[in-house]
Design a protein around this ligand. Structure first.
Ligand SMILES: [Zn+2]
Length: 49
């Protein structure tokens, strides 16, 4: 899985670790977990059955 990064200086999304002489960062917040979200939906779907 490729991790997408964002340049904090110009806002460009890139796979490079550096852009505009600045270290790029992961644009997604660390707290957000998509796996938990899917687990919740999966549980909801199972209830319907
Ligand atoms: Zn940049």
């Amino acid at each position: 899985m490729k991790l997408i990064l964002q340049c904090k200086k110009c806002g460009t999304y890139t796979f490079q670790k550096k852009h505009c002489d600045t270290t790029t960062e992961n644009p997604k917040p660390a707290k957000y977990s998509p796996e938990d979200k899917y687990a919740k939906y999966r549980r909801m779907a199972m209830k319907d059955f």
